[in-house]
Design a protein around this ligand. Structure first.
Ligand code: BDR
Ligand code: CA
Length: 310
């Protein structure tokens, strides 16, 4: 269990993701920032199946010359709901690019056991970056509630401030609405929660010129450009949404964001046929949310980190 946190050291981190094109960007940014000691990556319900997501993580780490990081696929079943994967990131989750085989392996253990072990055995409190639905985390907290004592906080790309076009509910952001019952457990577990909502990744999208610049930056950029061609986000018609990357930027460069305390709940709306996160800025806060991003500085950060790749 935790002894103390050394503020100058790298942040001990677990990433829960569903890699996914913007998850791939987030992985690149997290690794190249050199600000994290990434102890484990787990893959969750989400953009593609968890095993494919885990393979994608290894492919991205290999592509960017990243370190060997233990990667473990989750079970891939929501707490109570049946759901199909959505195809907004192409069939494999990484668009049309076909990665060459590499020698990196996946852990063949139960992700919940590995999460529990990694957190409880850590000398320092662990921060979790969640850029996917929260099913693994909910299962962890249900089975091992004590584990929360050794978690510093959860930074999560999730939720939306803006409502649906008819205004009857907040927009059903993917990472919450895929498994809202899981999100309820995670947000109710007593761990400090910091939210990077969908509006950050929408406003800091890469326009086509920046996609072209990505392609011409280096080999990794040229692979990203191929991946980007398959990324369809219904809010971003003129470029590529940067959701999960903005969550990494929030951790490495919090000065790029305006934040506000907020009261969150998971509510179930018939009109959107799932649970969504409601945000009330007038009620007693139980989380922090980003409300604004410095788009120019975010993009500079993205390109600076991309340039560190080959
Ligand atoms: C979230 O949904 C996923 O498709 C993206 O990877 C991101 O984590 C955005 O709503
Ligand atoms: Ca994701």
């Amino acid at each position: 269990m935790a002894i103390k946190n050394n503020k100058n050291a790298k942040i001990p981190l677990i990433i829960n993701c569903d890699t996914g094109i913007d998850d791939a960007v987030a992985l690149m940014m997290a690794v190249k920032s050199e600000k994290f000691d990434i102890r484990l990556i787990t893959t969750d319900v989400g953009n593609v199946g968890p095993v494919q997501s885990a393979i994608n993580c290894n492919d991205i780490l290999e592509l960017i010359g990243g370190p060997e990081i233990p990667i473990c696929a989750g079970e891939g079943k929501c707490l109570t709901r049946e759901r199909e994967h959505v195809a907004v990131h192409g069939k494999t989750g990484l668009g049309e690019y076909r990665f060459p085989k590499n020698s990196r392996k996946l852990l063949k253990e139960d992700a919940i056991e590995v999460l529990n072990r990694t957190i409880t055995e850590s000398q320092e409190k662990i921060t979790i970056l969640c850029v996917s639905p929260t099913t693994n985390l909910a299962k962890l907290f249900k089975k091992y509630p004590e584990v929360t004592k050794n978690i510093e906080k959860i930074v999560i790309m999730a939720a939306s401030i803006e409502p649906t076009p008819k205004g009857e509910a907040p927009y059903p952001e993917f990472n919450i609405s895929v498994d809202p019952e899981a999100a309820e457990i995670v947000f109710g577990a007593g761990v400090p929660m910091e939210i990077v909502p969908m509006e950050m990744g929408h406003s800091a999208y890469l326009d086509w010129q920046e996609v072209f610049k990505t392609k011409n930056t280096n080999f990794v950029g040229s692979v990203f450009e191929v991946m980007f061609r398959a990324y369809k986000d219904r809010h971003v018609k003129n470029g590529i949404a940067m959701h999960d990357g903005t969550a990494v930027a929030y951790m490495t460069n919090p000065e790029l964001f305006k934040v506000s305390p907020v009261h969150t709940d998971i509510e179930y709306f018939e009109s959107v046929d799932t649970g969504v996160m409601t945000m009330d800025f007038n009620k007693k806060p139980n989380a922090i949310t980003c409300t604004e991003i410095n788009i120019k500085k975010f993009k500079k950060l993205y390109f600076d980190l991309l340039k560190k790749c080959k």
